[in-house]
Write a protein that binds this ligand. Structure first.
Ligand SMILES: [Ca+2]
Length: 485
């Protein structure tokens, strides 16, 4: 059965109803809405269209507390984003989702916004269905009409600089395998958002800042699942407030592995490398940080690609249209099974037919869900020197290429120095240094690695790379259990 499905998906043809059938040019004709015009009352358009100094001092209060950690999900849904949002909503003991802030990325901003409301409607139907177990309802108890509101806000439509790209090659042009254009609209965008989702007219960057202000300093976590444009905008708008964020679990980048969008770049950081530079280079130079860096913890392709879930566990049955799904299939199962069609076909078609084996290749890479899992489970106190519940972090220094002809989004890691027993941790560009006569043949006594500016550069370009998790099997089991198909 699986093989039959695989054959259908790999061909991308036949009567497959999903995004392959989406009429070309539809998105181009859709009305683009200025996010500033959005309101709760008017959503009808949607139907038409020193290492880690900040952490040590504050983490004890969060690790001792049993109350859920306030969480902002900054996202560009996106198939794995939707699954990551579900994981967060199903984890009320650990995190309280305060806001879902949208950015362009996997798809355009209007589709990203619509997909969150669409997901809320499906989840509402799933939880209201009598056949849904009490255990699943209890898990999603933070997603009820009388629960704390979850602010939904639109943000950036394009990167800080440069050309705008989407990842429609993987997610489909609406971000969810073309569900937007399915006959009879089986997963409609509600005209009014389903509570507790609470749309806001404010820009995502303002909602991020508001949320940080509304909580004690260094307690709010952000799961950053798309281009970092909203976060960079928030930092630039109010650096003093943004500096009080507790932790930022960032899905992005490729350090020691190939990219997934270009030979060297992961999509999120390809989509807006400028915003990465703001957070890792501009922020530590700002007086608001007082010589510290932002608590950025990066889940790069190096680790997210290994955290897979068999597609067969997420897509339990196959059918030509969602309406043909087995009667026993839950609302969530139909939705997920439908929007995973395009990425599954894309993934499987990466492998030559004669080499394809379902156990090895028919795998969903849970990039964004792993970043949310980090925000849920990794203690804020976990740094390079403190292992937190199986999560491991390693300091990583790099700069990002913003506009190279071939290398946009490439992480330029300085591998010349390991830092082992040496203070020589930065190297700079020696040719440029020589031009500045910082170190020349006539000035050989000048230290190569001296402090070159008044600014303490030790925190610039430095992040914590997440290099270990509680395990791939733990993740897959936890993820499937929590989303509650
Ligand atoms: Ca994403």
């Amino acid at each position: 059965m699986l093989r039959l499905l695989t054959a259908t998906l790999r061909s991308g043809g036949g009567k497959c109803w999903s995004c392959f059938g989406a009429p070309r040019g539809v998105i181009g004709r859709a009305t683009r809405i200025d996010p500033a015009r959005r309101s709760t009352a008017n959503t009808s358009f949607l139907l038409n269209t020193k290492p880690h100094q900040p952490l040590r001092t504050v983490m004890t209060q969060t690790t001792k507390s049993t109350s859920p950690i306030p969480l902002i999900i900054d996202t560009d849904p996106g198939v794995d984003d939707v699954l990551a949002i579900l994981l967060a909503l199903a984890s009320p003991d650990e995190v309280a989702v305060k806001a879902i802030t949208l950015t362009f990325g996997n798809t355009t901003l209007d589709h990203a916004y619509a997909n969150v409301l669409r997901t809320g409607a499906v989840l509402h139907r799933h939880l209201a269905d009598p056949s849904t177990s009490d255990a699943v309802r209890q898990r999603y108890r933070a997603f009820s009409a009388d629960a704390e509101p979850i602010v939904v806000a639109s943000g950036s439509t394009q990167p800080l600089e440069g050309k705008m790209f989407t990842a429609s090659y993987f997610h489909g042009r609406d971000g969810l395998s073309g569900v937007h254009w399915l006959p009879d609209d089986p997963f409609p965008v509600p005209k009014q958002a389903i509570a507790p989702l609470a749309p806001s007219d404010k820009h995502a960057a303002d909602v991020i800042l508001d949320t940080i202000r509304q909580h004690p300093p260094h307690t709010v976590r952000i799961a950053a699942l798309g281009p970092l444009t909203n976060l960079a905008a928030a930092f630039r708008k109010d650096p003093e407030t943004f500096a009080k964020v507790g932790g930022i679990s960032v899905m992005g980048g490729a350090f020691d592995v190939p990219g997934n969008t270009s030979p060297v770049a992961e999509f999120n950081w390809y989509a807006d490398p400028y915003s990465v530079r703001v957070l890792i280079d501009e922020a530590p130079r700002h007086s608001a940080l007082q010589g510290r860096r932002l608590p950025v913890q990066v889940l790069a392709l190096d680790i997210t690609s290994d955290h897979t879930v068999p597609y067969s566990k997420l897509v339990k049955s196959t059918y030509e249209t969602p309406q043909d799904a087995p009667k026993a299939a839950s609302h969530l199962e139909r939705f997920i099974g439908t929007f995973l069609t395009h990425p599954r076909a894309f993934t499987n078609n990466m492998v030559a037919p004669e080499e394809f084996h379902p156990d090895k290749h028919d795998l969903f890479q849970a990039h964004d869900p792993l970043a949310v899992a980090h925000a849920i489970f990794a203690p804020l106190s976990a740094t390079a020197s403190t292992d937190g519940n199986g999560w491991k972090h390693t300091p990583r220094r790099f700069q990002i290429e913003t506009n190279g002809d071939l290398t946009r989004g490439f992480c330029v890691v300085d591998r010349r120095f390991t830092g082992n027993g040496s203070s020589r941790k930065t190297g700079g560009n020696r040719a440029e240094d020589a031009e500045k006569e910082l170190h020349t043949i006539d000035n050989v006594d000048a230290p190569v690695h001296r402090k070159m500016h008044e600014v303490d550069e030790s925190q610039i370009g430095l992040v914590d790379e997440v290099t270990g998790t509680p395990g791939t099997e733990w993740f897959s089991k936890m993820f499937l259990e929590r989303i509650g198909l």
